[in-house]
Design a protein around this ligand. Structure first.
Ligand code: COA
Length: 370
């Protein structure tokens, strides 16, 4: 017998005060350090968003270029350290490899929070790209903007300006998102006065799950299985009848369409506009839109009181595929951006927070039979 304890998902519980982001689930609004996501994603670089999280303001050109240089140097340093990672990057699952390799990063005494974030964010990107290129990972090019170099290290070719812009739009979109599960995990670890690397390792573990950051790969598997827009209805009907969840649909907080879905859909459309006529992006986008429409309608019929609409992962899948990333790298790429958010939350928790230690309610039930 299993008992569902009321409130066990901590819905509505406020666990921290933050200036980093605000998620308004009723109205579908996401604000990143004062800026609506749709106003900055696709308009500023990933470097700018990192700077914004840590300082509360967008950088000047000089500040951007100095942060870009610091990220480049840190990517190089992370690459140089890869010999110390043992067989971490040989693990078959990319997120396992990321968790194990990031765990090797040490604590640097007296390091400033932004410098520490730069070191960790760069390492996540380098390790993720290296995992995809085992046994001969590509060396970072520290002169490149972060998104351009990440794409280059993953794809093994120089990306186009439009591809870099699309990846920047993605990285900015997902850099932070309220008290999501991985950020909460990071803050819980930080609240014990542990170090930032330990907090990020915990967050990577939380992000891996398919209810959190692990959904975009399965979204593409679903699109592959459906194949054509005309098949969407029958496929969704059958999946729901089997009791399956439609990946990329539904959200714990949003009761309307996830605002990040709009931003990413816009980025995909811009990428498509810059691609040649033979590009498969447009076809994929049309399929995704058909599946979303069908899934939204059928979920609304099944759950009239619980709106279940597209979340960030739905169009993440389409965007990252269009950029040529293997689906095994989707969640690590998410981590390569969110790592900045985790580090900023760790800094905030350390500065203002208290030990996070909720209570449990004891119920005298027999152990479940399995
Ligand atoms: N497909 C089908 N049914 C879904 C669904 C989905 N994507 N998401 C939620 N539901 C159903 C649940 O089965 C549940 O039905 P029930 O009341 O009959 O048992 C109901 O909607 C409420 O779901 P619940 O699990 O309470 O919602 P939650 O807030 O805990 O879950 C998610 C939020 C994101 C975990 C959930 O929507 C989900 O699993 N989505 C798919 C995975 C995904 O896209 N993850 C990325 C999130 S950004």
């Amino acid at each position: 017998m299993s008992a569902r304890i009321e409130g066990s998902g901590l819905e509505e519980v406020v666990a921290a005060t933050t200036r980093l982001s605000d998620v308004d689930g009723e109205h579908g609004r996401l604000v990143l350090a004062g800026y609506p996501v749709e106003d900055i994603a696709g308009r500023v670089d990933f470097e700018d968003a990192i700077y914004l999280l840590f300082t509360g303001a967008l950088p000047t050109a000089a500040q951007r270029s100095s942060l870009r240089e610091a990220l480049g140097d840190a990517r190089e340093a992370a690459f140089e350290r890869m010999g110390e990672l043992g067989d971490a990057l040989a693990l078959p699952d990319a997120m396992d490899a990321l968790r194990a390799s990031v765990a090797h990063l040490g604590v640097v005494a007296g390091e400033e929070p932004l410098s520490e974030a730069v070191r960790i964010v760069s390492a996540v990107a380098v390790f993720a790209a290296a995992w995809a290129h085992q046994p001969a990972p590509l060396r970072p090019d520290p002169r490149l903007p972060h998104a351009a170099d990440y794409l280059r290290m993953v794809a093994g070719r120089t990306p186009t300006t439009a591809e870099v812009a699309a990846l920047d739009a993605y990285l900015v979109t997902v850099i932070d998102h309220g008290m999501n599960a991985s950020t909460f995990a990071a803050r819980v670890v930080a609240s014990t006065a542990s170090d930032t690397v330990s907090a990020v390792v915990a967050a990577i573990g939380a992000l891996k799950g398919k209810l959190h950051g692990g959904a975009p790969g399965p979204v593409l598997d679903m699109l592959d299985a459906i194949g054509e827009p005309e098949q969407a209805r029958a496929w969704v009907t059958a999946a729901l009848a089997r009791g399956e969840r439609v990946m990329g649909m539904g959200h714990r907080v949003y009761r309307v369409r996830d605002p990040r879905a709009f931003v990413l859909e816009r980025a995909i459309a811009e990428l498509e506009a810059s691609s040649n006529a033979s590009s498969p992006i447009g076809r994929r986008l049309r399929l995704a839109r058909a599946v979303e429409k069908e899934a939204e309608a059928q979920l609304a019929a099944r759950h009239p009181d619980r709106p279940l609409k597209a979340n960030v992962e739905f169009y993440t899948a389409v965007l990252l595929e269009a950029l040529g990333l293997p689906r095994t790298l989707f969640t690590p790429t998410f981590a390569s951006s969110r790592a900045a958010g985790w580090c900023a939350h760790v800094d905030e928790q350390r500065t203002h927070g208290r030990l996070i230690r909720p209570k449990s309610r004891y119920v005298n039930l027999p152990a479940p039979t399995r």
